[in-house]
Design a protein around this ligand. Structure first.
Ligand code: GCU
Length: 722
């Protein structure tokens, strides 16, 4: 009995501040540090002196005071005179900072210097926003238990535009969102500003993001948001974002001159249409002087575009660019162009944009998804990166996990993004990585950008699951520095979000780092893609339904039959390899030189194909599925062992979701194996258990909402397998 009580007391002590938390505070929790840590590691933080009184400097001061007061467990006062132990924040406009000769020339317009000078901690930027970024970086250091005794840090973002893309509709439904509805309450705007907007701005500024596209590029929202009443709503949001260095952008619909302007055409060469866009831009800038620009999805998935009038993407983009140029606005023209055609879908984007390279005005960025298909668990990098040397080419990642288990599956995306950013395009010889294309350095482009399709909604924890917050965090950190390592980012996030105890951080970092490969294993191993049922993209669907109709996408992308599996994209097939630089094309053309994890993306191979890693293709495929499920089971066990370190609420949601993920992974494994076995007629390799049910069972799995309905915004909760 006594021992039990002691154990309970010990457990409570370990848990420390592990009081129930709902996740709203994200990584900006600022819970008290241990006294010993404060004494040892956090000197020169006894008061805060901010130089200047701009809204941005005041925001930085407020954040420092909030953060340090929380972390140090006592109110840290503001100071008006510099004393020993003070934090000094500002820009060289202020004498106290100017005379310190800080290495600010390396900090650029938005970066910062953090330096211990005598017994003062100085946080400085060339601009107020730079200083604000420095304040957040300093708080990150304190939260992650950095040693703060002799700081000497300079940091500047490598990519110019770092933004979230909200796929939020004006009725607040979300295109591919799994965390409630849009946080932007258009109905109440501009009259009421929900306090959450400021917390949203703080979270993004803490990562150094500097832009947000408020509306969905697909559908009518992109027209509605150009109506005057809606611009005023966006202006109100811009007012909240401004002190935090975040500009607002809008998605615009190509046909808006007709829908909003009442014109008969949206032809980009029509003078009236061109004038309409100019007037619209002028109107927007009157209301939002620092408006960022337009995001456009044109001639893709049924959206209107310049091709409707026999014009090119460049004609369309340049028309808008001309309207925005006098105000220094940017056009982000999406390269995701998809219209069903007999040609291999993965070739479309490059085919349409390559001939236009060099034809875009300087304030146009062509924004491409990371892969040539559609945010799959694994794809090769899109050949648009490296293929357009005379065009500013921006990166588009998807933070919301449309193809990776929605908010339910624990999948940390930084390894996926890092894999893409580090891929070598060979566009200018070895070392021409995607990251160097995106940051503009490879082709010396004037503009550079990176965007993430947001996973934020009204869920109290913002992202639907606690671990999906890590994806928002990781996106922002990589946007600032695409060379950061996903392990470092995971550790940072865990320490700030949960605890810095290594007994928690080490095993959970490892779990996060393996989680993406695990999902690949049970969903689309060996370079398979789009095996998700077309209607919802959550569960598997690689089969022909009872009426004999294939679920088009999955069957098309696997091309599995009695003889083999995979898509021949070499010269004997779709020849998508020809879109890559010669050394890359050469490697992808040869199954022996193609990375095994992309094998079936580029090659159609017999089931008996001998795999370099051992066994034949069929055996290897089946083993990947089985391995994926085993890894999810391991994640579950590992998380259970973390219970003493985590508050009850955040522990439970994660444990519940892992249990659902395990069940889903089994359905993925069994359904996929059952289907591929039905076409290959091969026996299961030794030791692999037979799928629990006949194929018909997996085919009849349904999600509890009608595909394509607004219900797509809701969580599917689970595949209804039982
Ligand atoms: C995917 C996604 C759509 C989205 C589109 C896009 O196809 O399923 O919902 O609109 O990407 O990126 O535009």
């Amino acid at each position: 009995m006594k021992r039990a009580i002691l154990a309970a007391v010990a457990l409570a002590a370990v848990a420390g501040a592990a009081k129930a938390e709902d996740g709203y505070d994200l990584w900006l929790r600022y819970r008290p540090l241990e006294k010993a840590v404060i004494a040892r590691d956090v000197p020169y933080a006894s008061a805060i002196m901010a130089q200047g009184a701009s809204p941005t400097i005041l925001a930085a001061r407020e954040e420092l005071q909030r953060g340090l007061s929380g972390l140090l467990g006592k109110r840290v006062p503001l100071a008006t005179a510099l004393k020993s132990g003070t934090i000094l924040i500002g820009t060289p406009k202020d004498l106290a900072i100017a005379k310190l000769a800080l290495p600010l020339e390396k900090a650029g317009a938005e970066g910062y210097v953090i330096k211990t000078v005598g017994r003062t901690t100085v946080i400085a930027g060339n601009s107020d926003v730079g200083a604000l970024h420095g304040a957040f970086a300093y708080l990150r250091l304190v939260q992650t238990r950095g040693m703060l005794n002799s700081l000497d840090i300079v940091s500047a973002p490598k990519i110019g535009l770092r933004m979230l893309n909200h796929w939020d509709n004006v009725d607040r439904t979300l295109e591919r969102g799994y965390s409630g509805i849009s946080i932007f309450n258009w109905w109440e705007l501009p009259g009421h500003l929900d306090p959450q907007y400021k917390d949203y701005a703080r979270a993004n500024a803490s990562l150094g993001l500097n832009g947000t596209v408020l509306t969905n590029p697909s559908g009518v929202s992109a027209a509605t948001s150009l109506e005057t009443a809606w611009i005023k709503k966006a202006a109100a949001l811009a007012g909240v974002m401004r002190p935090y260095g975040i500009k607002v952008y809008l998605s615009v619909r190509f046909s808006a001159p007709m829908e909003v302007g009442g014109l008969k055409t949206a032809d980009p060469l029509d003078p009236q249409v061109r004038q309409w866009w100019k007037d619209k831009a002028d109107e927007i800038y009157t209301l939002i002087p620092d408006f960022g620009g337009f995001l456009v999805k044109a001639n893709s998935e049924g959206q209107p575009g310049p091709q409707d009038y026999g014009r090119s993407h460049a004609d369309g983009a340049n028309m808008m660019a001309e309207a925005l140029a006098p105000h220094h606005g940017i056009v982000l023209w999406r390269a995701f162009v998809y219209s069903p055609s007999p040609e291999d879908r993965v070739k479309q984007s490059y085919n349409e944009f390559k001939p236009l390279d060099g034809k875009f005005l300087p304030n146009v960025i062509v924004q491409s998804k990371n892969g040539p298909l559609d945010f799959q668990p694994r794809e090769p990098f899109s050949p648009v990166f490296g293929g357009l040397p005379n065009t500013s080419t921006g990166m588009e990642f998807q933070i919301t996990k449309e193809y990776l288990g929605f908010e339910i599956h624990l999948v940390y995306l930084a390894p996926l993004w890092q894999e893409v950013l580090r891929s070598d395009t060979f566009a200018k010889g070895e070392g021409s990585t995607v990251a160097r294309v995106v940051d503009g350095s490879l082709f010396q482009r004037p503009l550079s950008s990176i965007a993430g399709a947001s996973n934020i909604g009204t869920a109290r924890n913002w992202s639907g699951s606690i671990f999906d917050q890590a994806n928002w965090y990781a996106f922002g950190r990589l946007a600032w520095d695409p060379d950061l390592d996903s392990k470092t980012i995971a550790e940072e996030w865990l320490k700030q979000t949960f605890t810095a105890d290594p007994k928690f951080v080490e095993p959970v970092t490892e779990m996060m780092l393996g989680s993406r490969e695990t999902a690949v294993d049970y969903m689309t191993p060996l370079g398979l893609a789009h095996q998700m049922a077309t209607s919802h993209h959550y569960g598997p669907g690689p089969w022909v339904d009872d009426a004999g109709r294939p679920d088009w996408n999955p069957v098309y992308y696997a091309r599995a039959d009695e003889n083999g599996i995979g898509v021949d994209r070499t010269a004997t097939g779709a020849n998508a390899v020809s879109q890559y630089a010669a050394p890359v094309a050469k490697a992808f053309s040869d199954p022996k030189a193609t990375p095994e994890n992309l094998l079936l993306w580029f090659h159609h191979l017999p089931w008996s194909y001998a795999m370099p890693s051992g066994g034949n293709l069929w055996e290897s495929l089946v083993h990947h599925y089985a391995h994926g499920v085993n890894k999810v089971a391991e994640m579950q066990t590992r998380w259970q062992a973390m219970k003493p370190f985590v508050d009850a609420e955040r522990f439970q949601i994660t444990a519940d979701f892992l249990a659902m993920q395990k069940e889903n992974a089994e359905l993925w494994r069994d359904g996929s194996i059952a289907y591929f076995q039905s076409v290959s007629h091969l026996p299961l390799p030794d030791g692999v258990p037979a799928p629990a049910h006949p194929l018909s069972f997996y085919k009849s799995l349904k999600l509890p909402f009608a595909p394509g309905s607004p219900g797509r915004t809701a969580s599917p909760f689970a595949l209804t397998g039982k």
